[in-house]
Design a protein around this ligand. Sequence first.
Ligand code: SF4
Length: 290
Amino acid sequence: MKVTNVHNVPRPLVTLAEGKYYSKGASDYSVTELMSPPRVQRLRAQNDDEMTQDVSEMLWPLLGSALHVVMERGETEGWTSEERLFTEVDGVTISGAIDLQEQTPDGVSIVDYKFTSAWAVMNEKIEWEQQLNVYKWLVETVKKTPVKSLRICALIRDFSRHETGKEGYPKAPIHMVEIPMWDAVKAESYVRERLEMHRNSKLAADFGEQLPECSPEERWMSETTYAVKREGRKTAIRVFKTMEEAKELAEKEKGYVETRLGEPKRCTGNYCGVARWCDQYQAELNDPVV
Ligand code: SF4
């Protein structure tokens, strides 16, 4: 992927954005790649030379990289930072770079930093659970040491002190989130299942067949909602999750129901970076559901 610099920001930022700092080492898949949708992964591999992103749009990835640089300065006894571990499953090498490991008498405690939103901290994020449990499996497989806890150190970019009274809202802009732990069998099955999906996707690409489609979750599909509206009123009277509820109120209010279709935000915002080459999404653009 080529990083452009439309707004002429300082060159060192471009260097950082070009990913000089990050590497998946000599592995076939990093944990992040393994978790990403197989269609996205394939389309990225096929179109890497043509993909572009402007450095000015990369604020959060850049701050993520900056954090890794800063972490090196926070060297603390009993803690290991930025360790990349490798293992092999059926001839495929997988690697994962673990932000922090605390050595305790009982084993290792894993911590992963995330720049994130207060909303993400308040809602279950299955990707965090999957990622950290693959790290746990890597540590236990490679280092033969038990992992005692998994935590996200959330750096909340939209933290607001006024909101701290709300139920579940983090109390401070740096907030620790405990992640449930899987046993080794569950983690290894997850890794094998993901590998299988990527293998099938690669085979499909090699034989010029249709790539497996991204699922609604992978596309970050928002919910379809039903707004009850009335002529002459700009805003909706109420918005429902089901058509039945909306119809019932619309009848009472002598109004009508407006269907607000869910949006695949990863596609529409091109957060996958490959929307223009994706026939699944392009077909929808050419033939939108009404
Ligand atoms: S555009 Fe949407 S469907 Fe296509 S690869 Fe990207 S996320 Fe998947």
